[in-house]
Design a protein around this ligand. Structure first.
Ligand code: LLP
Length: 426
């Protein structure tokens, strides 16, 4: 039977030896499905951005922290960040050693900082008060400082993390205070980092901000620069979400060649022998993942056609939170008809809020009860942002391995899981 709309995943053999309907049957829905080959390819795109010695990719695990994926990412030679004790725990479960993890967080308690220090991690602080706190906890140690280069970027105001309208980073005009705190606690400035925001499709803003960070490094006294081990330009590399409109990809060749030229010239001029890092999350994980769900009800309300699914914003919050666009595929097992006439439809979830909308007014083949649907490009900030709202259980995750076979990498939550923190409190 022909599927209704599946050309994109068909072209990639996304589901390997399986069909999406069969996966939905076997594992239930909602279900996150990841493809190992695509994940590896995205890692390789990034690892080959520059051949400069010391160039590396620091995967930002907030995008997706499933240890099965982290292990693959590790095999591809990437290192990782952690921004909480939980992310650090996942990094360790996946086998990353302390020297392969950077702790890049904000507004930590002393206990959280101590937890990272006890494991021997290099910690990046993003305020003078956290620099002071770290110095008190670890006098004579090493530290990274996150700067705000003044240039922001991102697909939504909520994900712009540099410039004036953000809580992040230390502005370069505070350099004197930074040095005073470093001296007070005898700290070595082992790294500087930044992150300007999430999702750019043109390299210019990122490269300009990278140049600002290099300019800042240049102002460091020679003795400080000598000890600098890491310059981390941050993440934000975008992916094209509009797959069925043929949206262009971020030009990684252009970005890579310009970044390479910039850092290799700078390293040669400064005799810098440390590492240069980029810190993407979405670029690594988004495109290797889809979210499968099922249509349970359809209705017309006024002149709107609503397609009611089991994909509430508890499993994929991006559309509700940022008005994000995810493309949709539709799979039908019986009576499939590729000729279903396209019509405007709004796809919604099963959460009791009217903002529970996955896809608004989309021109799609007419969907029916029982259809399986996929939200594409859901591998980043999908499962990691899921919740138990309305006491719904978080979904299972399946990996389509390079040999085409499916492997369960996280079971679906049970009702007992919902009660697991209640213990004897009832
Ligand atoms: N480094 C730092 C310090 C970050 O805060 C982030 C993301 C990254 C790296 C990775 O950014 P990426 O390459 O993934 O753009 N939930 C939003 C994205 C929030 C990003 C937060 N920080 C979304 O779903 O679009």
């Amino acid at each position: 039977m022909p599927d209704i709309r599946s050309a994109y995943t068909d072209s990639l053999n996304f589901y390997g030896n399986h069909s999406p309907r069969e996966l939905a049957e076997t594992y239930g829905t909602p279900l996150y499905v990841y493809n190992e080959n695509i994940l590896r390819q995205r890692c390789r795109d990034l690892m080959t951005l520059s051949s400069q010695p010391g160039f590396g990719v620091n995967y930002s695990v907030k995008a997706n922290a499933n240890p099965a994926l982290l292990k693959i990412i590790r095999e591809e030679g990437l290192v990782v960040d952690a921004m909480s004790p939980g992310e650090l725990f996942m990094d360790e479960l996946a086998g990353f050693a302390p020297h392969e993890i950077l702790y890049i967080s904000n507004n930590n308690s002393d206990t959280e900082l101590q937890n990272a220090l006890a494991r021997g991690l290099l910690v990046s602080v993003d305020s003078l008060s956290q620099l002071d706190a770290l110095g008190r906890l670890n006098p004579g140690g090493k530290v990274m400082v996150r700067f705000n280069p003044g240039i922001g970027a991102g697909h939504h105001a909520k994900v712009v993390t540099a410039g004036k309208e953000t809580k992040f980073g230390v502005t370069p005009d505070k350099m004197e205070e930074v040095f005073a705190l470093l001296a007070r606690h005898k700290l070595t400035l082992a790294g500087i980092n930044q992150h300007i925001g999430s999702l750019f499709m043109e390299p210019d803003g990122y490269l300009n901000a990278a140049q600002v960070l290099l300019d800042l490094a240049e102002t460091l006294p020679a003795a400080t620069l000598d000890k600098l081990e890491i310059i981390d330009f941050g993440g934000g590399f975008g992916i094209p979400y509009r797959k069925y409109e043929g949206e262009a990809r971020l030009d990684m060749n252009d970005l890579g060649s310009r970044l390479h030229a910039m850092i290799s010239a700078w390293a040669a001029q400064k005799a810098y022998r440390g590492r240069f890092l980029v810190e993407p999350g979405r670029y690594v994980a988004a495109e290797c993942g889809v979210l499968l769900g099922r249509v349970h009800a359809v209705k017309n309300n006024g002149d709107k056609r609503y397609v009611g699914t089991n994909l509430g914003f508890n499993v994929l919050v991006r559309p509700a939170m940022y008005d994000s666009f995810h493309d949709v595929e539709i799979y039908r097992s019986q009576g499939g008809a590729a000729e279903e006439e396209p019509m405007l439809q709004t796809i919604v979830g099963n959460i009791c809020e009217s903002g529970d909308i996955l896809a608004k007014n989309r021109l799609l083949p007419r969907m029916r009860e029982g259809d399986v649907l996929a939200m594409l490009d859901a591998g980043a900030y999908g499962f990691t942002m899921s919740s138990n709202y309305n006491q719904r259980r978080r979904p299972a995750e399946v990996l389509i391995q390079s040999n085409g076979a499916a492997r369960l990498i996280r079971r679906r939550e049970t009702l007992e899981d919902l009660a697991r923190c209640l213990d004897d409190l009832l």
